[in-house]
Structures are given as C-alpha cells and as structure tokens.
Ligand binder design. Structure first.
Ligand SMILES: [Zn+2]
Length: 277
C-alpha cells in the first residue's frame, strides 16, 4: 500500500513539474471580468498515512478561462455565448508594432481597457522591435497574427500564403512564448487556402465591423475619436479596427472614454472562444 502511495505522489510531482515548465504564461489573463476560472482540483490526498509524502500539493495554477463570447463569422461582431454582457465592443490595433503601438498599449493599460494588437513580421525584425512586442504583451495585451509582410493573400501562391502566416506565428512565439490565437488578413482578404492554414494553426479568423483611421477625413485625433464613438455602426459586439497611427494614438483615450460613456464595456479578448490548442 505504501509503495502505491509513493508511486502516486511521485506521479503528481512529475506532473506538477512538467506543468510548471510549460506554463510560464502570465497568470493574469482574465481580470475584472468575473470569468469563471475553473477551480483547481486539489488532489491533495489527506488519507495518505505517511506525512512526509503528503507535502506535494497540486500546484496546477494554470488559469483556464471559460469562453463567454464568440465571433460571428457572418459579420465579425462579438456575441455573448450565454448570460454575458452583450453591450461590449472589441478594440483591435493593426499594423503593429510600428511607431505608436507601445504608447497605445500604455494608454489602454492606464484606462484598464483590453485589446488585441495584430502584428506584422516586418515590424519584428530587430531586437528593439522584438522588445517592443514583448512589452506590449507584458502589459497584458493579446497578440494577433496579421501576416509577415502585410501582402494581399489572394495575390500569393499557396506556399507563400502559408509562409506569411506560419512564419509570423513562429516569430511571435519565439518572442513572447505563445502563438497568436487570432488571425486577421491584411485588407480582410482571406482565401479558402489561408482559412485552412488559419484553422490548422488553431487560430480564430477575424475581420472587423468598422474602422476609419485610413480615410483622409479622419486623420486627426479629434476626428478619429469623434467618428469611432459616434459611428452608425457602433452596436453591441462591434469589432473596432484601428491602426498604429499617429492620429489614432492621439484619439485613443477619448475613444475609450466615449465608448464607455455610451455604456459599452471594452471586451477582454481572452473571453472570446478560440480553437483548442
Ligand atoms: Zn493591416
């Protein structure tokens, strides 16, 4: 009997070590939103007779967040799965990390607003750029895949499309230790083949519902803030597209405050359902 207990405890230990080695993610992935974190099952075996062998506690601290939202693939809005608040908007920042993404991340962090930063590989070539990505991730933001070089996927061969997508996920993983869970094609141009790659890579495909910061009329902080908050497309679950741009950076705080004043919660993208890795 004692032998059995020793074997059991050793297995627990082994499991705990393996777990630690592979899950060095920041634990804080679902703040504020009382996302139901699964209770760790305490495998502490109180009836073990020999006390020296019960020191092992199941230190499985990996926080598993129950998805509360899903992407509507018909219009790219975000929908509650069950009882979750439907009056939410998702913030996304594309073409990062160029000149303003880090400052944007800091602004959002200050406002306690979450977002996804969709990044490109050509902004991650140097150690400085890689450090910037790491800082954005460390501030608590999800990193999405926006292809390596921001090419129009339908202009590329299948081999090139695959490289555009997979090589960037490899690069991101090498910098922050995890692969992107969301994919957004440049210009929203997905092909049947690229969708397959995205699926194979266990990513969720995501376009957006509205955005304006590439249009001439909205290239001041004031103008972009005004339209993002007062757009006729602002609805429950709206998926807001913004970019790493000077004017969007300038207007960002006003955008977040304006959306909140209208009663919208800024959604934590960690709560969106993604394919199981
Ligand atoms: Zn883009």
């Amino acid at each position: 009997m004692k032998k059995l207990i020793v074997v059991f405890v050793s297995m627990l230990l082994l499991a705990a070590c393996t777990q630690d080695a592979t899950s060095e993610k920041p634990k804080e992935s679902a703040t504020n939103n009382e996302g139901k974190t699964e209770q760790n099952e305490s495998s502490e075996d109180k009836n073990a007779k020999d006390e020296t062998e019960t020191e092992v506690e199941a230190t499985n601290e990996k926080v598993k967040v129950e998805p509360q939202y899903k992407i509507n693939p018909g219009n790219w809005s975000i929908e509650p799965i069950a009882e979750a608040n439907s009056k939410v908007v998702l913030l996304t920042i594309d073409d990062a990390p160029d000149k303003h993404a880090l400052e944007m991340a800091k602004t959002l962090k200050k406002l306690d607003a979450k977002a996804i930063f969709f990044v490109n590989g050509h902004f991650l070539d140097t150690p400085e750029e890689q450090e910037t990505l790491k800082q954005i991730h460390d501030l608590g933001f999800l990193i999405g895949n926006h292809t390596y070089s921001h090419s129009t996927l339908s202009d590329l061969s299948e081999e090139e499309q695959k490289k555009e997508i997979v090589s960037l996920s490899d690069t991101v993983e090498s910098i922050i230790g995890e692969r992107p869970k969301f994919f957004r094609a440049p210009f929203g141009d997905n092909t049947d083949f690229s969708k397959q790659i995205v699926s194979n890579q266990k990513m969720s495909l995501m376009n957006w519902t509205y955005g304006y910061d590439w249009e001439k009329d909205f290239q001041t902080g004031e103008a972009i803030a005004d339209i993002m908050v007062n757009s006729p497309y602002l609805t429950d679950g709206a998926n807001l597209l913004m970019h790493d741009r000077e004017w969007t950076n300038e207007g960002l705080e006003t955008i977040v405050n304006g959306l909140r004043e209208k009663g919208y919660e800024i959604l934590d993208p960690n709560l969106i359902q993604t394919p199981e890795a």
